[in-house]
Design a binder for this molecule. Structure first.
Ligand code: CAA
Length: 262
């Protein structure tokens, strides 16, 4: 966790890693370097057993991520677009499908790739100042980092369709109402709220957390019978762990469990 990144600030507090996207002059827009750094940071976090949960936010007070970098994209050939989109989808996939929970703390603008990055996280806490939206249509393009796929899964197909086709922005209260954000906080309380929830999840057994995340993700990807069949087997596997024995013993002995992540 001691690694330095050109476009990220990564810090560890206890078992929670906090990643800030740090390009404030471009409102933290995602260019290729951000994707390279984010991929490296997520892989390092996945390999580090001392990190059990992640909070992802934007540096500064104004923006989470104002989208993919329009200056960089303005010269793209079609194949550049495919390569950039594939890289973004791969990195966002590491967040969405990786073993560790990731909470988006959306502190300001989350437009285009910013909303897509937040959607790739496991859930979203938003500042009262947060603004979400997929304005790609206003630039003559489509979302390319998963917006047309993850937004409908989050808020339903009709609501997502309207947002994708109009490019309209929604504020934090509307994001909460449509189920995009889980919680809205005053700006000065956002990071603390996200870290507190991350620390709570990090206090549980890591295997149970990872399997639970996988199972919930299956619910939007798989048909019900397949998801249920996998869930029951995972339940059985977890019954073999130290943490299951300890968690239940601690409950019966009316004390706090000491999970060991195996
Ligand atoms: N890419 C590159 N630079 C960006 C940027 C972006 N997405 N968003 C903002 N910036 C830059 C601006 O160019 C500006 O730079 P200069 O100071 O050098 O001129 C700086 O950040 C500050 O921005 P503004 O002056 O525009 O700030 P504002 O407060 O007036 O407006 C905003 C803020 C509403 C977020 C506005 O900047 C904006 O609309 N940004 C673009 C949002 C957008 O369209 N995002 C989608 C990108 S496409 C995408 O993401 C594709 C994909 O899915 C892969």
């Amino acid at each position: 966790m001691s690694q330095e990144y050109e476009t990220l600030i990564v810090e560890q507090e206890g078992s929670v890693a906090v990643i800030q996207i740090n390009r404030p002059k471009a409102l933290n827009a995602i260019n290729t370097q951000v994707l390279i750094d984010l991929e490296a940071a997520m892989r390092a976090i996945h390999a580090d057993s001392s990190v059990k949960a992640v909070v992802l936010t934007g540096a500064g007070e104004k923006s989470f991520v104002a989208g993919a970098d329009i200056a960089e994209m303005s010269d793209f050939t079609p194949l550049d677009g495919v390569d950039f989109g594939n890289r973004g989808q791969r990195v966002f996939g590491l967040i969405a499908n990786g073993p560790k929970p990731v909470i988006a703390a959306v502190n300001g603008f989350a437009l285009g790739g910013g909303t897509e990055l937040a959607l790739a996280c496991d859930f979203i806490y938003a500042s009262e100042k947060a603004i979400f939206g997929l304005p790609e249509i206003t630039l003559g393009i489509n979302p390319g980092f998963g917006g047309t796929q993850r937004l409908p899964r989050a808020v339903g197909q009709k609501m997502a369709m309207e947002l994708v086709l109009t490019g309209d922005k929604v504020d934090a209260a509307e994001a909460l109402r449509i189920g995009l954000a889980n919680k809205v906080c005053p700006p000065e309380e956002l990071l603390a709220a996200a870290k507190k929830t991350a620390a709570k999840i990090a206090s549980y057994g890591a295997r149970a957390v990872t399997f639970a995340k996988e199972n919930v993700n299956h619910s939007t990807e798989w048909e019900l019978e397949r998801g249920l069949a996998v869930e029951v087997r995972v339940f059985g596997v977890l019954c073999s762990t130290h943490d299951k024995a300890e968690g239940m013993k601690a409950f019966l002995e009316k004390r706090k469990p000491e999970f060991k992540d195996y």
